[in-house]
Design a protein. Structure first.
Length: 258
């Protein structure tokens, strides 16, 4: 009896193993062979592919803007600091204009605008000139600030919408997974896994595009604020220069009257 019972147990185990082998083979055949990021991209739906490509392009744009703006801010900031320090010396407006020459940097534009207003005023150094110079400097500062801030708005846009674009790819991939389940009438992992993997990859790409964009945008905003502060210092130095020239001229006229 014990030997018959053992034989029956062995036969039953073999039968169950043989019965489950075809299904296991089918599941393994249906499972995707490559679940690497590239493999998931290649096997993804066209909509999910479009989302992934868009997020990759957005990430490339983010790093391109960071590199270009970092170089621009360092170059223009160093030149603005150099010219601003030169204005702190004992010089006249004509000397400052001659040093600036035909430069196209921000501080040179400020100096040229100030000298142009003094020329249009016929060399009359009064309170009206100072007010007109202040208005000109304010306009030039605003123009230079807009110029240096170009391109940073796209970083704010990418940081704001990239997670939602990735979420759209996630929803689409999960929807495809449910459609696959409905068409195959099975909840096998082989049917669900590819769509879920594609959905998660789209989410990851959305975060990869959004997080650096936000960090870089904040970094550039601080750099631009420092650059604007330099322009403000240059404007203040020019106003002081005009004021000193006016005081010196009035002092000379008073001494001559005596």
């Amino acid at each position: 009896m014990q030997s018959n019972f053992g034989l029956r147990h062995v036969i039953l185990t073999i039968a169950l193993a043989l019965a489950s082998t075809p299904a296991l083979a089918i599941d393994e055949a249906l499972l995707p062979r490559n679940l690497s990021p590239w493999g998931m991209f290649v096997s993804a739906d066209i909509i999910v592919k479009t989302v992934m490509v868009g997020l990759a392009v957005a990430s490339l744009v983010t790093w391109t803007v960071w590199l270009a703006k970092t170089i621009e801010l360092r170059r223009k900031g160093a030149l603005a600091l150099q010219r601003t320090r030169a204005l702190e010396g004992n010089m006249t407006l004509a000397e400052a204009s001659a040093r600036a020459g035909d430069g196209h940097d921000a501080v040179a534009q400020l100096i040229q605008s100030c000298a142009r207003e003094a020329e249009l005023s016929g060399g009359v150094l009064d309170e009206g000139l100072q007010e007109r110079v202040a208005l000109r400097l304010e306009r030039v500062e605003a123009a230079m600030s807009r110029q240096i801030a170009r391109g940073t708005g796209v970083l704010a846009t990418i940081g704001a919408i990239a997670p939602f674009v990735g979420l759209f790819g996630t929803v689409w991939g999960i929807m495809n997974s449910f459609i696959g389940i409905s068409e195959s009438h099975t909840t096998s992992l082989a049917v669900v896994a590819p769509g879920i993997a594609e959905a998660l990859l789209a989410t990851a790409l959305g975060l990869v595009a959004a997080i650096p964009a936000v960090v870089i945008y904040n970094h550039l905003v601080r750099g631009i604020a420092n650059y604007r502060a330099l322009l403000g210092d240059a404007s203040a130095q020019l106003m002081l220069l005009v004021s000193r020239q006016r005081d010196h001229r009035e002092f000379r006229l008073a001494r001559a009257a005596e």
